[in-house]
Design a protein around this ligand. Structure first.
Ligand code: ACM
Length: 650
């Protein structure tokens, strides 16, 4: 074979890798040329169902909005620029084939779901070039690795209104996720209208709940986009919001009100009263009709060991009578009863990994949050499971950290092939103790796209550098498709700093919120605390700091450090004069100091004594300030002393 052939092949491979696709398709190759989008663009659609037709209309609208080219909503039979061909109507198959050349794009799939997934790939490929808007020639054969690719979204700690839920569903569909696990009740709020037990929302929600009409609309909206909605009502713990309306459900004497703080609360549902199960039968029966998905999540996590169960003589007597040795056995008894109710309403029960117990039937699904071991354990014992441990987006870790976690690596790696098949996939989780409707998108996106890739793409698609190269363009694409993660921080920063927003944006670009649960403990948080500070108005991950860490050109490093230093210095008087930003003066001072040290170390190799003094300052400036971290600090430490280890752990 000729040398030229290899050069051509190499060029093709490199180009395919540059495509801004996320999740990365199972097979993708780049062809010659591109399909130019012009006013003669026509869509044809064969097969499928009403859902497919509506999705094709939305695709036309999205292309029209993006390119300004009027895309006909009248589908043609012949000579279409985009031919969508669905071979069968009803199948769960999400695979698709997308072939684009300079004349036509052909999207084929066995079922409508595959076509929906392929449409998102097509839309990700649209870009502007010398010939205007076009789609590169590609041959993509794609299918998901896992059947369950979800987001668990808490709307109890802070209510997220219907429009934001719909936007989130659009985002899930855009990155080929297929489950919204809706955490609808917790200690801090009960978020669904019950007609049978109306005091649940009347006394448990502060008026912030979804009406049944809204739920139906959202469920239909999600189904149209190939996203299932799995409701979760967390019991018997995390259940305080049920009790203001129905105190008899509780194991204590009350009185009860909605919880305004966080943590694991003492209030717990009473598993020793028959009336509890009658209530749950009525409630689950009502919800089973409202939520058509075959799965029903009962929570089951974090039942307080020192809570109400340990103070109720009636519960102690019940445990004795039923030979339940401890609270774990008592919860297993409760779960078994609840599982029978769930099954009687034709649903398959799911729960967090605490529910794993030999007494439960094997069709229960285990969601692993405490560690991957529980997922492996569940699979070994014959249960289906999904992984959430490692995908907690609320903990403000970088995308790369979540991306490195795989449902089939780690503790699950040693499973047999049958056991591995029991692992259905995973879910990212977003708990809302520290997030609100105003910044929900920036807490989710774009990191959720990286998790979506983990669940959809091949296990071998695991290079963080490639992920980050694509995540930037995909993040902007997601914003153009209707998500608001970039807009949210801009608006919040402009409100915080009406007279200095551009300078505050530069300052904020190298900051990140504290990690893990450290911010939860930094002050007394709760639902009545406003989340309107700079720490609430920055992304979890600083692109600028990551890029700086990868920078090797010392001239560029110098320019960046000087820019950050000068900006911090210039903005300080405005910070000091603004009560909302006074806490940032300390941050700006530390940035100025760190950048000055970085510049000094770049300009002249510091003598050992001076280097020691610099490292001590870096340690001090690496500590959280205003609940944020200056994310360039580790890079500056490396400039001063490439071998030193930070003294401060985050
Ligand atoms: C959980 O994070 N308590 C499921």
């Amino acid at each position: 074979m000729s040398k030229l052939f290899f050069i051509a092949l190499f060029a093709t491979v490199v180009l395919a890798q540059d495509l801004p696709l996320m999740p990365w398709p199972a097979n993708v190759s780049r062809g010659q040329g591109e399909l130019i989008l012009n006013p003669s663009f026509r869509i044809s659609s064969f097969g499928g169902d009403a859902r497919l037709h509506d999705a094709a209309l939305r695709l036309a609208d999205r292309l029209f909005r993006e390119t300004g080219i009027p895309i006909s909503r009248e589908f043609t039979d012949v000579a279409a620029t985009l031919a969508i061909i669905v071979e069968e109507k009803k199948t769960d198959d999400e695979s698709y084939h997308l072939l684009v050349d300079s004349h036509q794009a052909r999207l084929t799939s066995t079922g409508p779901l595959g076509a929906l997934r392929g449409m998102e790939t097509l839309l990700q490929l649209v870009h502007i070039g010398p010939s205007g808007f076009s789609i590169p020639a590609v041959d993509i054969d794609d299918q998901p690795r896992f059947a369950w690719r979800g987001l668990s979204l808490d709307v109890s700690r802070h209510f997220i209104p219907p429009d934001a839920i719909k936007r989130t569903i659009d985002g899930l569909a855009a990155v080929k996720m297929n489950v919204l696990h809706w955490h609808l009740s917790d200690d801090q709020g009960f978020r669904v209208e019950s007609k049978k037990y109306p005091k649940l929302q009347q006394k448990g929600s502060d008026g912030q709940f979804y009406t049944q009409a809204e739920i139906r609309e959202i469920v239909a909206y999600a189904a149209a986009r190939g996203v299932r909605i799995v409701p979760e009502f967390d019991i018997p713990g995390h259940a305080t919001s049920w009790f203001p309306g129905y105190p008899n459900l509780a194991s204590g004497t009350g009185p009860y009100e909605i919880v305004r703080t966080g943590g694991v609360l003492r209030a717990t549902m009473d598993p020793a009263k028959e009336s509890t199960y009658r209530f749950l039968d009525g409630f689950i029966g009502e919800m089973a009709k409202l939520f058509p998905d075959p799965y029903f999540h009962i929570g089951g996590d974090e039942v307080s060991a020192t809570g109400e169960w340990s103070h109720n003589p009636h519960i102690s007597a019940f445990m004795k009578k039923h030979k339940l040795a401890d609270f774990r056995a008592l919860q297993a008894y409760f779960n078994r009863r609840v599982q029978k109710i769930v099954a009687a309403h034709h649903k398959r029960m799911m729960g967090w990994d605490e529910i794993l117990h030999p007494d439960l039937p094997k069709n229960v699904v285990i969601q692993s949050w405490r560690g991957q071991e529980s997922l492996a354990d569940a699979a070994r014992k014959g249960y289906n499971g999904i992984l959430s441990n490692g995908y907690y987006l609320d903990l403000m870790y970088p995308a790369s950290q979540h991306y490195a976690v795989d449902p089939l690596k780690g503790a699950t790696a040693g499973l047999s092939s049958d056991e591995r098949k029991r692992i259905l996939g995973g879910e990212a989780a977003m708990w809302e103790e520290l997030a609100t409707e105003e910044n929900i998108d920036v807490k989710l996106w774009p990191r959720l796209a990286a998790v979506a890739e983990r669940f959809w793409s091949l296990e071998s698609v695991a290079d963080p550098a490639s992920m980050y190269r694509r995540l930037g363009p995909v993040s902007h694409w997601l914003e153009t498709q209707g998500l608001e993660h970039l807009q949210e921080i801009r608006v919040m920063q402009e409100r915080l700093a009406p007279d200095a927003a551009p300078q505050v944006a530069i300052l904020a670009s190298i900051l990140e919120p504290m990690k893990g649960y450290t911010r939860h403990r930094a002050r007394k948080y709760g639902s009545l605390v406003p989340f309107n500070r700079l720490v609430d108005a920055i992304p979890p991950e600083s692109d600028a700091a990551r890029e700086f860490a990868d920078e090797t050109d010392r001239a560029v490093m110098r320019r960046k450090l000087a820019g950050w230093r000068d900006n911090a210095r210039a903005v300080t008087p405005k910070l000091a004069a603004n009560p909302m930003l006074a806490e940032i003066v300390e941050v700006a001072n530390a940035i100025e100091e760190l950048c000055s040290i970085g510049l000094e170390a770049l300009d002249s190799h510091p003598a050992p004594e001076r280097a020691q003094a610099m490292l001590a300052i870096i340690d001090r400036d690496s500590k959280p300030k205003a609940e944020m971290l200056i994310q360039i600090a580790p890079s500056i430490r490396k400039i001063v002393d490439p071998n030193s280890m930070p003294a401060v752990s985050k």
